[in-house]
Design a protein around this ligand. Structure first.
Ligand SMILES: [Zn+2]
Length: 285
């Protein structure tokens, strides 16, 4: 999925390129991605409307329009991506929705696995879209993601670290990749139970989250990939099974944690005996 650093990078580009541009027409090529929560089809709702802003809200890309009582929220999931095409003559096979713009360009939403979802809903009614109203702590806002706020959040959790970090109602827009990276940065095993961490461990995790998100955000801005390219080659553990750990040389491994896969270094992120004892005691209550 598009995670926080990806969104931080490409949403402002979409906003800059698309704000104050009119939509001429909309062509839905893969209706399976569409979730209409208003009457009429997408073209009827959007043809002739002006885009006023493109913004991030949680892991969604949120489009707003002038004089239109609707908004569009896109959750790209695994493979959804946006591209702005200057020459719209040849359309890619994975094109899901094409928005023809008044300046001759085409905004394309592409999704070759069609797992992403495009919600069209009454403006401001975030409750119409699953996951759009309850957004977790913003890890890149230093005023929000404080030592105290994160410690309070962590101490309320009974789950394992990987599951905790993936919960978007807890932390804003972390997904599989950056959850693994944050745990590597903090030297914590993905199966560790949150409640087994002491204050120092919780703070190390908070700093790890901020560090990997901020580093990735800066890397993407520096390298400026096209908006439809998900650049992840700088990650240290995610999708690197069998490769040597950049810190200690041990081979990176994977583990299943409650339906999620987690990549980690078994030396830098040891599964401690103390952790398992605490887990069993608390689970059996
Ligand atoms: Zn290591």
């Amino acid at each position: 999925m598009a995670e926080r650093p990806d969104l931080e990078y490409f949403v402002p580009i979409l906003d800059r390129e698309l704000s104050r541009v009119d939509i001429v027409s909309v062509l839905v090529k893969k209706p399976v991605v569409l979730r209409m929560c208003v009457q009429g089809d997408l073209n009827t709702n959007l043809a002739g409307k002006r885009i006023t802003s493109v913004a991030r809200r949680g892991h969604f890309i949120l489009f707003s329009f002038e004089a239109a009582p609707i908004q569009v929220a896109v959750s790209p999931m695994l493979a959804g991506r946006f591209a702005i095409a200057k020459n719209a003559k040849t359309q890619p096979k994975d094109l899901a929705i094409a928005f023809t713009l008044s300046d001759g360009r085409e905004l394309r939403y592409r999704d070759d696995v069609q797992m992403g979802k495009v919600y069209v809903f009454p403006a401001g009614k975030f409750e119409f879209v699953p996951g759009l109203s309850a957004i977790g702590l913003d890890a890149l806002d230093a005023k929000v993601f404080t030592k105290k706020a994160f410690a309070t959040l962590a101490k309320s959790r009974r789950d394992q670290l990987k599951v905790f970090l993936m919960d978007k109602t807890a932390i804003d827009s972390m997904g599989n990749a950056y959850a693994d990276e944050a745990l590597f940065e903090a030297g914590l095993h993905p199966k560790t139970f949150v409640r087994s961490l002491d204050d120092e461990g919780i703070e190390r995790l908070r700093k790890g989250i901020v560090c990997v998100l901020d580093r990735a955000r800066k890397e993407l801005v520096k390298r400026a990939p096209p908006t439809d390219v998900k650049l992840r080659d700088f990650l240290k553990v995610r999708n690197r099974t069998g490769a040597p750990c950049s810190r200690c040389g041990t081979k990176i491994r994977t583990a299943g944690v409650h339906g999620h896969d987690a990549f980690f270094c078994p030396s830098c992120q040891p599964e401690t005996r103390a952790t398992s004892i605490v887990d069993w005691t608390k689970l059996s209550r």
